[in-house]
Write a protein that binds this ligand. Structure first.
Ligand code: FES
Length: 335
């Protein structure tokens, strides 16, 4: 059984199998609607349902207030049609950007490597080629649980994708990845999702800010940037609490040696860096404050836990960077 979904004012109509949320149905059929978390928490996909019945799904009451629901609004990443529906939604369009379709993939685990006390690097080989924008993420199905988890792809080499997965106490995905996932296992995933991706480089110097596994999408972007533009001006500030959490340090040091226009500043907030170390002390927002005079004319990409992202955005504003030149990806802990 399938329902018809019409998107206005675009005027396009698609069919969605019963049980599919409206956002997913659209992304799989070439209608690119705004979204970020795809878990009902950020509110980016909010839109008005003009006609028809829906199941509101697991929409957080912060992201969708009661009065909005009464006015006919829904979170499209959660809303499932219970009849044919008409939705009024703004379609995402960006000059020079072609959004890839979301598809389902099967993959084989190639490596599972501990890269820091709380992070595993998992390399998957997909069953076929994929297209994604550097910085986008995939949804993994967690076996034995009716849940999906979002992980950004950190490296893309042919059909091989690298992911960085952080341990979360009581997290069902952490339990699986840290205790039982092995090379040769199969993983079901879908994607790519998300609007946090590298914009076509236009000459504006880039500032990349990462906290924890927020490094994953940032690594994908920086790698893609230097493949396209070997002498592009860019700075990465990667923040962690302690030096042993600063994974992929060798990778970024090698990149800064190979590309003198790339500046790499790893920073730790909860301990003093060793003497003569390249690591600096402080949170990422503090390093921004003392590293840059002004950031007008730059583009910034920020990924990590929400409080870190908020603090960085405030520091970027202080340095006169406009909101339109800041791209952010908030990482939420999921059990
Ligand atoms: Fe739907 Fe975040 S609430 S994308």
């Amino acid at each position: 059984m399938a329902y018809r979904i019409r998107i206005e004012p675009l005027g396009r109509e698609i069919s969605a199998p019963q049980g599919t949320n409206i956002l997913d149905a659209c992304l799989r059929q070439g209608i690119w609607l705004p979204h970020a978390c795809t878990h009902g928490t950020c509110g980016t996909c909010k839109a008005q349902v003009l006609e028809g019945e829906i199941d509101y799904g697991d929409a957080s009451s912060f992201a969708l207030m009661d009065f909005e629901r009464e006015d006919g609004y829904a979170l499209l990443c959660q809303a499932k049609p219970l009849s044919d529906v008409v939705v009024e939604a703004e379609v995402d369009v960006e000059e020079g950007v072609e959004f890839p379709l979301v598809e389902d993939y099967r993959a084989m685990v190639v490596h599972v490597d501990p890269v820091s006390p709380l992070v595993r690097r998992v390399t998957l080989e997909l069953d076929r080629d994929t297209v994604l924008l550097p910085g986008q993420y995939f949804q993994w199905e967690v076996p034995g649980h009716q849940v999906k988890r979002a992980y950004s792809a950190a490296q893309i080499t042919g059909r091989r994708l690298e992911f960085h997965i952080k341990y979360s106490p009581q997290g069902v995905a952490s339990e699986w990845v840290f205790n039982s996932l092995r090379p040769g296992d199969q993983v079901a995933l879908s994607g790519p999702y998300g609007r946090f991706f590298l914009r076509p480089p236009d000459g504006s110097p880039a500032v990349f800010l990462a906290g924890g596994t927020g490094l994953a999408p940032i690594k994908a972007m920086i790698t893609a940037l230097y493949l396209q533009r070997p002498d592009y001006p860019a700075t990465l500030i990667f923040g962690a609490r302690t030096v042993d959490e600063l994974y992929d340090d060798k990778y970024f040091r090698a990149l800064s040696t190979a590309h003198p226009t790339f500046r790499y500043l790893p920073a730790v907030s909860d301990e003093t860096p060793p003497d003569n170390s390249h690591v600096v002390s402080g949170r990422v927002d503090e390093v921004i404050a003392r590293t840059f005079e002004r950031l007008q004319g730059h583009k910034a990409y920020v990924a990590g836990p929400s409080p870190m992202v908020d603090a960085c955005v405030a520091a970027l504003y202080q340095k006169r960077l406009f909101a339109r030149d800041i791209y952010r990806e908030d990482f939420f802990t999921q059990e």
